[in-house]
Design a protein around this ligand. Structure first.
Ligand code: NAD
Ligand code: ZN
Length: 264
């Protein structure tokens, strides 16, 4: 590992150890080492198949027009079974450990794969929803997906237990608004934090990409861990970028934080 990267890892550990309220903001890049492809990275789904990007803009409209057809298709995508079977990688465990140590107070994720929770993170805000739940877009209620396995298996439309409307996956599709509760909580965290650790996101999907910008405007330090530079790097929203694999860098940051704590 290059010495400049080692220095940045030490710097990030010091910044985290000195922070009062750190939050992590994660994207698809934190799960590629769990075998889930991202969208826009070098071997991302859309980088390889631009047509898939176009199709993804049609799913929400389909749910609104024809929930039955939506449910016939929703769980059939090969991407869905990849997500279901994936296991957390060292990057997810590193963030869970930083939370356990009392340093990271919340993980705001754009991912829908629930790997942060599987790794043991407790305060996870799923900005784009998650695959383990169903949600009613009319009254906002969420239900565990397993409560509706029978309906889903029999290709019947799952109905909201509160208001009787058709349910969809909790996952937020393109063109669908972000659910108000998670939107508000995430922006509160971004306004409150004094450090935001941004991991594996290209930071181009809005409104999520606004979160590090809000944190920066409120005076927080913003640290990026990514394979490559992003608009946050170019616009100097991030104080510095640690370039490399999240699964290697985040555990090293945790090691350094531990060393700092031992010395205190
Ligand atoms: P993105 O695909 O736009 O960007 C991922 C970024 O992470 C890229 O900059 C890439 O270079 C970097 N990256 C990939 N692997 C990395 C690694 N191992 N180490 C360091 N950096 C790495 O992803 P995004 O910004 O999260 O936006 C895509 C949207 O698609 C999100 O809203 C998300 O909801 C959704 N999505 C989710 C999943 C998932 O749940 N795992 C997977 C794909 C897409
Ligand atoms: Zn409802």
């Amino acid at each position: 590992m290059e010495s400049s990267i080692k220095d940045l890892i030490k710097r990030a550990a010091e910044d985290l150890a000195n922070s009062k309220y750190a939050v992590a903001f994660t994207g698809a890049g934190i799960s590629t080492e769990s075998g889930i492809p991202d969208f826009r990275g070098p071997s991302g789904i859309w980088t390889r198949d631009p047509e898939a990007e176009r199709r993804s803009y049609e799913i929400f409209g389909k749910f609104l027009r024809n929930p039955k057809e939506y449910w016939e298709e929703a769980l059939r995508s090969p991407f869905f079974s990849i997500l279901e079977q994936a296991k957390p990688n060292p990057a997810h465990y590193a963030l869970a450990e930083l939370e356990e140590m009392g340093i990271i107070k919340a993980v705001i994720t754009q991912n829908i794969d629930a790997l942060h929770q599987k790794a043991g993170s407790k305060n996870v805000l799923e900005f784009h929803g998650g695959i383990t739940k169903l949600r009613c877009i009319y009254c906002g209620c969420r239900f565990p997906r397993e409560d509706f396995s029978k309906e889903i298996e029999e290709k019947r439309i799952p109905m909201c237990k509160e208001c009787g409307s058709p349910l969809k996956m909790d996952v937020v599709y393109f063109t669908e608004p972000i659910p108000r509760d998670v939107y508000e909580l995430s922006f509160e965290e971004a306004m409150k934090c004094d450090l935001m650790l941004v991991c594996g996101t290209s930071a181009v999907v809005y409104p999520a990409a606004e979160l590090p910008r809000v944190a920066k405007r409120r005076g927080a330090k913003v640290i990026e861990v990514n394979f490559e530079e992003t608009p946050l790097t170019h616009e100097m929203i991030s104080d510095y970028l640690i370039e490399g694999k999240v699964g290697e860098i985040l555990p090293k940051i945790v090691e350094e934080v531990k060393k700092l704590r031992e010395r205190q």
